[in-house]
Design a protein around this ligand. Structure first.
Ligand code: ZN
Ligand code: ZN
Length: 417
């Protein structure tokens, strides 16, 4: 292991309990996007205690902590802070029981994407770096972003004048915990995460008594036809070698069995890695929706709104090579090239605002023994919970040690003395 990395990580044995306690506390107290007030307070206090210059409330609940340590490069490391409207089913002693009011209904909240791992790792890393200033020089910028899941948190921080609140970084780094064995780290140059477009589609029919279909234009049937026909976009219009996903994640119509409603609402999620493919899929989806409405005799065209849109995450090649070399030296056989992922991220909006390169890597969070057993049985897809599942809770160790170590190895590739 690199000498500077060892110097910084020498403090990990003493810091480990605090890092694990912070993780469990965050896991038990998840907060939805742009409501991360408690989380932001905990982060800000931890950073202030370690001598970081802290700015809070950026883009709502975003936090930055800056630690200057003489001349040298400026490295930005980012963690996302938000949780999801998912009801936790892990049964862990520190499982979330939090619910919040959202538009008049109670919704459960859970750190089902592992952002609690990202926060605890970055806070832990920040503390170790503050204690080992002899191992590095330059400026460290830690950034805690709100509302990644809604795709608007990075943009909110940028629009709130992030560039004027922190020193201009030379490079940006970030990580995400994924359903690989804990201890695993994976880098990937070029495209890594998909662009994502979420659409809300309202199909307009004509309502009538359930006994009188002749008086109706039935939006339930129209919606069903659309759901089936949309399956042909990827299977019949996109080359088999080109990745793309079209998912109808939500379908709502009607209030009871004896009423034909006057509208149906579909929510559609689209993942692509390439602008031309993205344009093709978006056009095909719109073409099918309009044609199905016309085919049903709808008097009014469907309304198609964009709910969220995420850019693709395309890692800079040289930056990724630098981090991959640092990981190979630090993690040995646990350092891998990671597969292309269909998930999406808004992290790239932050480096884009500064015009700087970035790389974003994956770390494993699954119990290694459970993963090995599932791999042996060929049941990974069935047995290993993925991000956003009510069962997704990374094992604290070695996940947190890996998160802290990966941030250290990557940052010191620029900041190391
Ligand atoms: Zn997520
Ligand atoms: Zn996530």
């Amino acid at each position: 292991m690199n000498r500077n990395v060892s110097t910084v990580l020498a403090g990990l044995d003493d810091a480990r309990d605090d890092i694990e306690n912070l993780y469990r506390d965050l896991h038990a107290h998840p907060e939805l996007g742009l409501r991360e007030h408690r989380t932001a307070d905990r982060v800000a206090t931890a950073l202030q205690t370690r001598g970081y210059q802290v700015t809070t409330g950026i883009g709502g609940t975003g936090v930055t902590g800056v630690l200057g340590n003489g001349p040298g490069p400026t490295v930005l490391l980012r963690a996302d802070m938000d949780a999801l409207p998912v009801e936790e089913a892990t049964g862990l002693p520190y499982a979330s029981t939090v619910t919040v009011d959202r538009g008049g209904t109670r919704q459960p909240v859970m750190h089902a994407c592992g952002h609690d791992i990202h926060i605890a790792s970055l806070v832990g890393f920040a503390g170790l770096m503050a204690d080992a200033t002899q191992a590095w020089h330059g400026t460290l910028v830690t950034l805690f972003q709100p509302s990644e899941e809604n795709g608007d948190g990075a943009r909110a921080m940028v629009d709130d004048g992030l560039a004027g609140k922190i020193p201009a970084p030379d490079v940006a780094l970030a990580q995400h915990v994924l359903p690989y064995p804990a201890g695993y780290v994976g880098t990937r140059p070029g495209p890594f995460l998909a662009a994502a477009d979420s659409l809300r589609v309202t199909l307009y029919g004509r309502g009538a008594h359930g006994s009188q279909p002749q008086a109706a234009v039935d939006p339930v049937v129209m919606a069903a036809m659309c759901v089936v026909k949309l399956q042909t976009v990827v299977s019949r219009e996109i080359a088999a070698t080109t990745p793309a996903v079209v998912t109808v994640g939500s379908i709502h119509a009607g209030t009871g069995p004896n009423v034909i409603p006057d509208r149906a609402v579909l929510e559609i999620n689209i993942r692509t890695y390439d602008t031309a493919v993205r344009d093709h899929v978006l056009h095909a989806v719109e073409r099918i929706l309009r044609a199905e409405a016309a085919s049903a005799g709808a008097a009014r065209d469907p309304e198609i709104e964009t709910i969220t849109t995420f850019p693709p995450t395309v890692n800079d090649t040289d930056t990724t090579r630098t981090v991959a070399a640092a990981f190979a030296e630090t993690f040995g056989d646990n350092a891998h090239t990671i597969d292309l992922q269909t998930a999406s991220e808004d992290m790239s909006e932050i480096p884009a605002a500064f015009g700087i390169p970035f790389t974003y890597w994956g770390i494993g969070g699954t119990d290694p023994a459970a993963y090995a057993a599932a791999e042996r049985n060929g049941t990974i897809a069935r047995d290993i919970p993925v991000n956003h599942s009510p069962f997704f809770a990374p094992v604290p160790q070695p996940t947190l040690d890996t998160g802290v170590t990966a941030l250290t190895a990557a940052a010191l590739a620029w900041l190391g003395t």
